[in-house]
Design a protein around this ligand. Sequence first.
Ligand code: MBD
Ligand code: FE
Length: 250
Amino acid sequence: MSNRVEEVVSDIVKSVQDSLVRNNVTFEEYRAGVAYLMSLAEAPEYEIPLLCDVWFNQTICDIENTQRVGSDSNLEGPFFLEDVPAITNRILTKEGQGEPLIIRGHVQDLEGAPLVGATMDVWHSDPDGHYTGFDAQDVPTDHYRGRLVIGDDGLYEIHTTKPAPYTIPNDGPTGGLLAAMGRHPWRPAHVHFKIRKPGFYEHISQAYFAGEEYIDDDCVDGVREPNVHSLDRDGDTWLLNKEFNLDPVS
Ligand code: MBD
Ligand code: FE
């Protein structure tokens, strides 16, 4: 009988051992690595998920995308919150700072039938580049996050403001490691989505904006072409069309 934990963990351990050998890692460097891992235990709670997501979250999405035919998933990141307000009157951002952005499209199955009753969570960083509920509590948690329910026409529409390029938290161990590697902590501007309906695979993705800063130099290497969108303009409002087709659980 196969033992999945034995299979995966022993393969990961072997990969790390091979890499230590290839790089002639010293005892001193090994101890520094262990001390680094210990520093994560004293850091804010989100640092371990953040570090894992920086290196491995998109890898799992890439694997998942080979198994599905619907819309491409993209990394969730560590800043989703389950308890968020309902999006009423299509309004996600209650602050009105920044350039207006309308996001709209359909949530459908693979044949184009509306996913009536599906929930859609939307979240993005505030104009200061923070996710509410995690960083400095200058903006309440019910801003820049919300959940709506898809109706009979399968349509959704959200009114918010256009997020800016974003630095992942860089004052803790994750940012410290990137800095020690000579890397920057920036991500291109992005909006997160999570769509759920019983009978369908949970869909998690992001929207990125074509041609914007860091689109080719994301510190978490999350940008994939199907999730990069060209924006339209209507007066001073940006328009993003994003269509979602979910795979049924077979
Ligand atoms: C983020 O905002 C994010 O989206 C990801 C994937 C990782 C860290 C912070
Ligand atoms: Fe994010």
